[in-house]
Design a protein around this ligand. Structure first.
Ligand SMILES: *[C@@H]1O[C@H](CO)[C@@H](O)[C@H](O)[C@H]1NC(C)=O
Length: 214
């Protein structure tokens, strides 16, 4: 019983830390007031596992051949939403990170990209309705992700290299993850030139795996 009570207390403490919160609680996001908080589950020399709470995002899709073509179109639609293109005409603060779902496809095929902005805490419970029919509100469930950080810019090339490296590391560790797409995650505005921080994410399937050698 005591063990169980301790466990429940531990879980509550964990969830209280997660969600959307002040960026001073995160070394990763330095350019916005609020950001997506997480719990570090475990870490290896080649990847990290994090747990995120269920949160709401504003998202849009774009069918395209290239990230470079899809990303600015999606960014512009979401930026309009946060600068007032919503039913209440509300201005909504920018948060980080910005997450793009990248379809894993052949280069000559079109794929469906999805960009999402995290809604700030004050709009999590009741987000203003988008007026552009391409823009929608989405809630992600509590999730575990495998990830790797990298600097510089997110491009088709850098994302490809990093996602291939991460999926190879996960395969080598016998870690199960969702195939078919991954996520390119950016923490900086396009104006930031130096010390840019990006991540590639794969969604964990089943229990996260960190170390099989022990
Ligand atoms: C956006 O793309 C995702 C991934 O392909 C898909 O599951 C979702 O249904 C799409 N949503 C809309 C509104 O088109």
């Amino acid at each position: 019983m005591i063990f169980l009570a301790g466990l429940v207390g531990f879980v509550l403490a964990l969830t209280a830390e997660a969600r959307v919160g002040d960026s001073s609680n995160s070394k990763l996001c330095t350019e916005t007031k609020e950001c997506l908080l997480f719990d570090l589950v475990c870490e290896t020399s080649t990847y990290q596992v994090r747990r995120y709470d269920s949160v709401k995002w504003v998202s849009t899709n774009e069918s395209s051949y290239f990230f470079e073509i899809a990303a600015p179109k999606m960014f512009s639609k979401l930026f309009k939403y946060i600068t007032g293109e919503n039913e209440e005409g509300q201005k909504i603060e920018m948060t980080s990170p910005v997450v793009v779902r990248i379809p894993e496809k052949r280069i000559w095929e079109k794929g469906e990209y999805t960009m999402s902005f995290l809604l700030p805490s004050e709009h999590q419970s009741n987000p203003p309705k988008p007026t552009n029919e391409d823009v929608y509100i989405k809630e992600t469930p509590e999730m575990n992700v495998y990830l790797k950080s990298y600097g510089g810019w997110i491009t088709t090339m850098s994302d490809n290299i990093k996602s291939n490296a991460l999926s190879s590391a996960l395969d080598a560790a016998n870690a199960a993850y969702k195939k078919g797409s991954h996520y390119a995650v950016g923490y900086n505005s396009p104006m930031t030139i130096l010390k840019r921080n990006n991540e590639v994410w794969y969604m964990v399937e089943g229990d996260p795996v960190c170390d099989t050698s022990e």
